[in-house]
Design a protein around this ligand. Sequence first.
Ligand code: NAP
Length: 257
Amino acid sequence: MARRLDGKIAIITGSSRGIGRAIALEFAREGAKVCINYAKSEDMARQVVEEIKSLGGEALMIRADVSKLDDVKQLVKGVIDRFGRIDILVNNAAIMFRGDFLETEDEEFYRILDRMWEVNVKGVVYCCKEVVKHMVKNRYGKIINIASIAGIGTAFPGTTPYAMTKAAIVILTRRLAFELGPYGINVNAIAPGMVLTDMSTPEGVELARKRCVLGRVGSPEDIARLAVFLASDESSYITGQVIVADGGRIDYLTHSL
Ligand code: NAP
């Protein structure tokens, strides 16, 4: 039976752990050849590659800090050298530091704002810029940006700088969809609610569980299955969209909290 991403070449940034790892595994199960990118977690990245190989898939791993343009250029070059083209880019790598606007000391607040802006926003721009050069030539591409519901209005206290970075990803998604559509490139975003990974906290998980109609937090696989749909040609008429996967937040659906 034909798989949904058979023969496609994909880069998933930040795929050593969490949601990125689940996306890489799901893509590989659907027949894609994937590049596992990581910044620090080399052993975990290697485990993902091994897992993909054990499924009969093909993967390579490349260390690149997405906030460094030279690293991103090397990442893209590595994938082109190995596979010859790039069909799918998932901008997943991000960091989250908490910092309350009033309570956090100024210097610390600006430090976390700058670092998150470098990784969560400029990192995505660098990856898009470098990968799109190849997609435009092929008149084909799927870009999936991992945003967050924090970027469209519902964030935890102390996450204003993080939420700002994710709001930037939402508008970047819409603008790139507009600019790249004529070249056959679809650009969409996923806005997850709370997903169980290293980024989530026990208090956040408990609160999010109570606040959604499905009564559970998301798994990385919940997001990965949506990413497969957006990466596949099943979604070929969808672009510029931000798709929320949050279990149905009660605070959005009703006043009866
Ligand atoms: P995670 O478990 O903390 O994993 C983050 C991944 O990003 C790791 O693979 C990490 O690799 C990589 N990474 C971090 N900084 C990097 C950099 N500078 N360059 C390259 N890779 C880097 O996070 P997650 O929960 O899976 O989050 C994945 C995405 O979903 C993020 O965009 C996040 O904002 C978004 N999201 C998460 C949730 C949630 O509840 N978990 C909710 C909404 C949105 P190393 O370990 O090698 O550094």
